[in-house]
Design a protein around this ligand. Sequence first.
Ligand SMILES: [Fe+2]
Ligand SMILES: [Fe+2]
Length: 240
Amino acid sequence: MQDERAIPILVAVLEDGDQETIVRHEAGEALGAIGSQTVLPVLETYLKSEIPEISETCQLAIERIKWLNSAEYESGPMSDNPFSSVDPAPPSSHESIAEAEQKLLDENVSLFERYRAMFALRNVNTDSSALALTKGLSCSSALFRHEIAYVLGQMQNRVTVPALIKQLANKDEEGMVRHECAEALGSIAEKNCLEALKDFLRDSERVVRESCEVALDMFEYENSSEFQYADGLNKVTDTI
Ligand SMILES: [Fe+2]
Ligand SMILES: [Fe+2]
């Protein structure tokens, strides 16, 4: 929504050490999306958080706010985002799929630049760009892996299903990554996706159980007469 009136509560959530990391992350990301320079000091503070997902979120939000005030942003419209989401980084431009993939997977490149390559690959939206993105599910940053899974959900390309199921099934993976894999499988909604989601309805991690429950309910809703009626107003899978 990018409404500046939300800034105080979002700052309070980001600062609240009793909150789940995934919630604090979304609050930090929302501050980056709103894009006000007034939050730079608080973002700088949590850039030093010992929780990598919080620190990395603040790093990205700071970079996004700086980018909003850069010559590149001023110099005109970026390439179109066919998904009309407010992204934590703009897509990179003038890159082949192979170049973007190389940057995506390069652990020595800054996270912001790797996010830019990720959104460029998403916007290309072909089987090969989707498969290039699935390779990012093995990168070292959990935050990065969760965002990869999120964009795969936006793309809804069935070629990514095996990689998403594998990551959802990996009990050593972080809950926030498995959560995004479950949601992505729910948006793709092929038969094998639904079977995988059912397998994790009783997962020991709450965020995983709840994601599978929501994803399966969403599938049912999309195939119900209620959705046929609502179709055209809003595409339901875009709302989570
Ligand atoms: Fe997120
Ligand atoms: Fe999410």
